[in-house]
Design a protein around this ligand. Structure first.
Ligand SMILES: O=P(O)(O)OC[C@H]1O[C@H](O[C@H]2O[C@H](CO)[C@@H](O)[C@H](O)[C@H]2O)[C@H](O)[C@@H](O)[C@@H]1O
Length: 247
């Protein structure tokens, strides 16, 4: 990784891929309580136009949740780590992989009692156990996620910021970026991916393998070539990129 400031991508030759939580918006206890500041939304809108549509969200969230939080803006998106994809108008879901969650869901229903302090976010193709509001439940959440993922060899339990998640092993942000790059307006462009979390590391590697670069947000070991210190630094970088590119 270099300590140099990340260069801003070229609107003619690059595509921008953005993680959402921890990259564009700060964390909140309730996943639906986060807000995307209006100036940031307007910056994304302008860059999306300036890059001829080649700007997408690549998130662990469902596309419907991203749409609610970015409304009235509706960007191309990979949701649930790439299980849901929308290049233009239609969201396609990998139903085969989503179906794997059925026994995991049943295990959680069986095992979780009324007094649990864990918040369950069922995204259809992945299930998140949140413990931001109850840090003492972290071990319980991880144990439950591992037990639930163990119900199917095609599932994996992963950890994120105050979450344990059960999701299909085959679905990664690397796959999501590769799928987007297969379609216009992304095809033929060099991917630049910004993210902050463990699942974003796959995305950094995919972007760099495809000739682009990754930008890690915040501290920690990373495969990304560049770093921005914080969410505020991402906002600033996008805004100055807007000015630099005449967006
Ligand atoms: O890939 P991302 O866009 O970064 O999405 C990752 C997860 O983000 C959300 O969880 C995170 O944000 C929540 C709201 O601030 C917070 O409560 C939680 O602790 C964070 O981990 C979302 O709820 C998950 O579904 C995403 O997988």
């Amino acid at each position: 990784m270099t300590e140099a400031a990340p260069p801003f991508p070229d609107p003619a030759s690059h595509a921008i891929f953005l993680d959402f939580d921890g990259t564009l918006v700060d964390f909140a206890e309730d996943p639906e309580a986060v807000t995307l500041d209006t100036p940031v939304r307007e910056t994304l809108d302008r860059l999306h136009t300036r890059f001829s549509g080649a700007l997408a969200l690549v998130s662990g969230r469902a596309v419907a949740s991203l749409d609610r939080l970015t409304a009235p803006l509706r960007l191309p998106a990979a949701g649930v780590h790439g299980l849901e994809m929308r290049v233009r108008d239609t969201v396609t879901t990998n139903e085969e992989e989503a179906a794997r969650l059925k026994p995991a869901r049943a295990l959680l229903e069986r095992e979780m009692g009324d007094g649990e302090r864990i918040r369950v976010e069922d995204k259809g193709g992945a299930i998140v156990l949140h413990y931001r509001g109850a840090p003492e439940a972290a071990d319980r959440a991880r144990t439950l996620a591992e037990a639930a993922a163990g119900e199917d060899v095609g599932l994996v339990a992963t950890s994120g910021h105050a979450i344990a998640e059960i999701r299909p092993k085959a679905i990664t942000k690397a796959g999501a970026i590769a799928m987007l790059l297969d379609h216009a307006p992304f095809a033929g462009r060099l991917p630049v991916f910004l993210g902050d979390d463990v699942t974003d590391e796959d995305g950094f590697r995919a972007a760099q393998d495809a000739g682009g670069y990754g930008i890690k947000v915040g501290e920690g070991e990373t495969a990304a070539r560049y770093r921005l210190a914080s969410i505020a630094a991402v906002h600033e970088w996008l805004a100055s990129g807007c000015a630099e590119t005449g967006a």
